[in-house]
Write a protein of this length. Structure first.
Length: 166
């Protein structure tokens, strides 16, 4: 596959957000206890040891119970032209800033989440933002979609790095 094909096939940036949908306190306690038990038992036995297998099964069940306390919300960056249009549709108040902070963050989130998470509609997401999320969760989602849409090159890639091709 050539450069042209690879760049044309490139998907827009995507991320996921773990939205807590259930109380995690009991699941966290069981997960911690099962991790400690597994480490203690695994130090003294091999993979075929029945006690190790039992402890591993307990740990796996605890991890699954903890994971079930969350729904992973998929967020997809807008195409640059769509982001620019959204910014233009939410001009800053009194010319101060890049956008209207009262309307733009919500609309950006709704544009990035809609259509990427099963059968959820815009109205469903508005209900989640207004009734199900805490203020902090909602602000975190808004910041996350802003960062997703304005991300630059990764600083984790060393300057001057080039991949070796074999």
């Amino acid at each position: 596959m050539g450069l042209r094909d690879r760049l044309r096939a490139r998907q827009r940036p995507t991320t996921t957000y773990p939205l807590r949908v259930a109380d995690t306190s009991e699941a966290e306690r069981e997960l911690r206890e099962s991790q400690v038990a597994y480490r203690r038992i695994a130090r003294h036995g091999g993979e075929d040891d029945p006690a190790v297998r039992t402890a591993k099964a307990r740990l796996d069940a605890a991890q699954a119970a903890f994971d079930a306390c969350f729904e992973m919300i998929t967020l997809v960056a807008l195409a640059p032209a769509d982001l620019e249009a959204l910014l233009a549709a939410h001009p800053p108040k009194d010319g101060d800033g890049l956008f209207n902070p009262d309307t733009y963050p919500r609309e950006l989130f709704l544009a990035c989440v809609e259509g990427h998470n099963g059968d959820m509609t815009r109205e469903d997401w508005e209900h989640v933002l207004d009734e199900s999320c805490s203020y902090g969760e909602r602000q975190e989602l808004y910041v996350l979609v802003q960062a997703l849409n304005t991300r630059g090159p990764s600083s984790a890639i060393p300057k001057g790095w080039t991949p070796t091709r074999g």
